[in-house]
Write a protein that binds this ligand. Sequence first.
Ligand code: TXA
Ligand code: MG
Length: 567
Amino acid sequence: MNFETICVSPDDELNFKAAVRALQEGEVVGMPTETVYGLGADARNPEAVKKIYEAKGRPSDNPLIVHVSSKEMINSLVSEITPIAHVLIDAFMPGPITIVMKKSDVIPSCVSAGLDTVGIRFPIHPIAQKLIDMSGVPIAAPSANLSGSPSPTKAEHVMKDMHGRIPYIVDGGECQVGLESTVVDATGEWPVVLRPGAITIDDMEEALAMAGMTKPVKVTNKSGIILEGAEEGISTGTEVLLAQNNAGIPEVAEDETPRAPGMKYRHYAPSCPVKIVGDKTGDDFDNYFVYYKQEVMQALISGDTPIGLFVGEEIAENLKTLFANKNEEIIYYIYGATEDVDEASHHLFDGLRTLDELRVRMIVTPAFPEKGLGIAYMNRLFKAASEGEAPLELKTDRKIMFVCSGNTCRSPMAEAIFRSVFRATGPHTMIADPEKEAKVEACSAGTFAENGAEYTRYTVDLAGYEYEEDLTQGRSRIVTDDLINQQDLVLCMTADHSRYLRTKYPDMGDRIFSLQEIIDHFSIPNLDGEVQDPYGYEYLVYMETAKQLDGIIRELMPEILKSWGMN
Ligand code: TXA
Ligand code: MG
């Protein structure tokens, strides 16, 4: 990953073709869309997809959207198009929407992050369409920002983040929308909005109504739980999201949400505080001048300057008159007419980036009423304003739990092998601070375990003889939510176990994986992760099981440790 990144003007035919070729050959290309720039690669090619995450600077932990340039292209990528998906496709594609459908086998699991669905997006941006068309490949692409930066809305943003990491960036000018697409799950009977965007809940309701479908669009959190107040009968989605905002940030899918083992990513937030002024529940723009004035006065008095204002034209003009001699202390980023939510959304990420780079002490931003595009705008603004999670906290203790059915054979064996391999490959330290020792505690449990039962004889023997692990005192226990809650990572012997646990504990789904899922997640080739139960078989079968687990754990451990900031 050491490229001389070329920023290609779309008129530069030679380089444009080279970018197309790069895509065909499994390289990553920065691509404009009407929402934000994407980091694109051939969605059918796992090696290419892996490079996206190398460029982005974090492990693949989140499903990727697949971009197409025609409705026909969708057919081979999905295995089912529900009636509502049909309506949404007809109404909004091409456009700033991502429709989640059941995936076909064409989509590798590194794209879907182990899910059986895929998000399909048909951008309306002509250059995006041309890139996809000419390369002839469906393009998997997340937003083209480094982890921890806001989504890029200009080619220069992509250059800043991706310089040296990818061979080409195609410059398509400034993105028209400026916020990422609406993500809507259309696998069920009714759409579920996972991330608000420029295609609004109202837009969708209208399209569905026109097609003779009248139920409201529901809003859920990432675990698929319908949020309070989102029952049928509520006619607009606006209230639904507001209800959630009372608690802070609307809980919707976001690319920085952790799905990786115990990893917490920071949402984009500037290095300075972001203050939201005004009333998100209604229009009181008449008062906004007063709010801005107060913030500026306060900054001037306390010496917390320069202060950055993401501000509308009219207000900026009045402030400039009032604080005429304070040009050094007040930095204006004017997004457009004060009440124009389209312009505010369009410029939000650029405004935050720009003011942040100027090292202002605080950024003041306007609230917009949470309706229409205002829902998406406030959603992104809340994330920027919240302090978010620490970038990669230096947590030196981690916990991992292995799960099988009875917790008498496979999972205790895995626990013992993990400890033994950890010992043998150690000492492990923190990547960010090699002075600090990294500790991982392993344990096990079973989905249907009988609490207090002894481990099977062969398990205990094998752990003792082969791994110097004394399991004689170990006893079976059943998985509980408490137990899962204490873990950074829960690894199950089969996909049945992980599915079962995720269904039972939806809130903890982000830390539960099967061994195969985590193998796919880290794109480790040629490793069989489904571990069958040796219970009732002879010692030789137990040894085979141990050998399989040993192989898996040895391959997985470095990846898992890395994701925890350990090595
Ligand atoms: O506007 C956009 O959507 C941009 C441009 C480049 O197309 N892309 C983008 O991708 O924002 P990304 O990866 O930064 O965000 C995609 C979001 C994530 O929150 C992800 O969890 C969600 O979409 N997503 C993707 N596939 C999904 C699936 N199968 N089920 C649920 N959520 C999915
Ligand atoms: Mg993103």
